[in-house]
Write a protein that binds this ligand. Structure first.
Ligand code: ADP
Ligand code: MG
Length: 152
């Protein structure tokens, strides 16, 4: 069962990201779903801070992703503009996802299979608007019996 949190501010959503990130290791990928403005990047920012990333964390605009230097390498991918990953260069995601980095993927829907081929899907996060500054944050960590998760 996914865990549901209610947050009332960006800081609380960042804290939720930080809490999840504390349990991640290189090779892990986190899928972050939710509509525009839900707070995906905010969640990822909190996770990045926990992983030792300083500086600006925003959704990449001109590329599908960016890599940050934290205590471990961290990747941040946003597939919003990629409607069909099949038609793209197969190595596109490999620049960001792999055994060396902890990766966060916004708008992962088009690329879940490709992501799973490159990294361990450690958690799925879904963020929904709940009025004003409130958000519902659903966190499903990979665990026993999760068939879409590859163990290595
Ligand atoms: P996304 O990446 O899902 O498009 P962003 O994280 O970039 O969303 O933006 C979320 C926006 O909503 C920011 O402007 C943020 O300040 C605002 N916001 C208000 N309340 C919250 C909350 N509880 N959690 C996250 N963001 C919030
Ligand atoms: Mg975003």
């Amino acid at each position: 069962m996914p865990r549901r949190l209610s947050t009332s501010s960006p800081a609380e959503t960042e804290a939720a990201g930080a809490e999840l990130a504390a349990g991640l290791a290189p090779g892990d990928a986190v899928l972050v779903e939710g509509e525009l403005g839900a707070g995906k990047t905010t969640f990822v920012r909190g996770a990045c801070r926990e992983l030792g990333v300083d500086g600006v964390v925003t959704s990449p605009t001109f590329t599908i992703g960016q890599r940050y230097r934290g205590r471990v390498p961290v990747s941040h991918v946003d597939l919003f503009r990629v409607s069909d990953l099949e038609g793209e260069d197969p190595d596109l995601l490999a620049d960001y996802l792999g055994p060396d980095a902890v990766a966060f993927v916004e708008w992962p829907e088009t690329g879940v299979e490709a992501i799973a081929g490159l990294a361990r899907i450690a958690a799925r996060v879904r963020i929904e608007h709940a009025g004003g500054d409130r958000r519902e944050v659903w966190i499903q960590r990979a665990g026993a019996g999760r068939r879409e998760v590859r163990t290595r």
